[in-house]
Design a protein around this ligand. Sequence first.
Ligand SMILES: *Cc1c(COP(=O)(O)O)cnc(C)c1O
Length: 361
Amino acid sequence: MSRVRYSFSAGPATLPEEVRRQVREDLGDWHGTGISVLEASQWDPRLLELFRQVEADLRELLAVPDEYAVFFLHGGASNQFAMIPMNLLRGRDRADYLHTGLWSGKAAEEARRYATVNVAGSGAGSGFRRVPAQDELCLDEHAAYVHYTPVETVHGVQFDYVPETGDVPLVADATAALLATPVDISRFGAVYASAQKNLGVVGMTLVIVRRGLIGDAAPFTPTTFDYAVHLRTGSRFTTPPAFPWYVTGLVLDWVRDQGGVAEVVKRGRRRAEVVYSAIDASGIFTAPVEDRARAWTNVVFQLADPSMTSMFLDAAESEGLYGLQGHSAVGGVRASMYLGMPEEGAHTLAGFLRDFERRHG
Ligand SMILES: *Cc1c(COP(=O)(O)O)cnc(C)c1O
């Protein structure tokens, strides 16, 4: 099989080349310690210093206010689908969920095990091609929180606004949104993101929670799922996920070297524009999502003749363009371009679309 030039995989995603190189070096000998970060004791002061530094860098880069706790936890974003209701219902029996694609649907489904879920806004009627506007939301003022997914990676849908929820805490599954869109943490009660999209590698989920919401978990909450326990132990109640935590540190260093979050967000937006423009200019590809709801990280599109999809994917793969198959729930094609995707990757894909149309259009 030919070499992968660019990975458009929906996650785990491409790491920046510099990060990949640094990991390779550190796996041999981490800062002259003679061991790798994979082997360091969880009590090694150098590892504890690294953990502290990554949190400090994250707080600085994402402008996380002091009244928020930051956790680096084992498991995927999907774990938070359960941990959010367990921790944030705080004695209430209901929560609002916005349903704009596959992931927010799963989050709502999980929450139904613990609470009455009110679907306060939905994109289902449009086949998830748009997001509900603020004035279409039916929010419940007695809800414990409002949960939404700013970027839906399967349907390629993105909110172009932050829902206004009054005194009800807003909770975001920001797995694809952090470091890819502007996220003002102070607007939220809680924000979570698994690391394998924009933040690094699989095995860890970042959770940022307003401290005032912590400490009232449902009585049945397993100890390892209780935010208060993670607050007390500095995310080290269980042996912490040192490797992904460390890689996230390298990613944050890289973001700073590139000029900061605003700069990497701008580049991501540009990558998306390059690919969407190529699709919109073509006669054989179509992007179904409404203009203003198009995700910057995940460009979902189809061939006008769906029977050509597998030929298209084979041709892409033989050009070294990897991971373009759409999610099975949607079909078609999906180009995921997270933090580590170089701009040249987007141009290469756009060029490939034009070539393919010339040859087969
Ligand atoms: C990928 C993704 C998930 C799933 O994350 P896991 O870490 O695999 O549980 C959840 N939400 C969104 C928005 C995603 O993109």
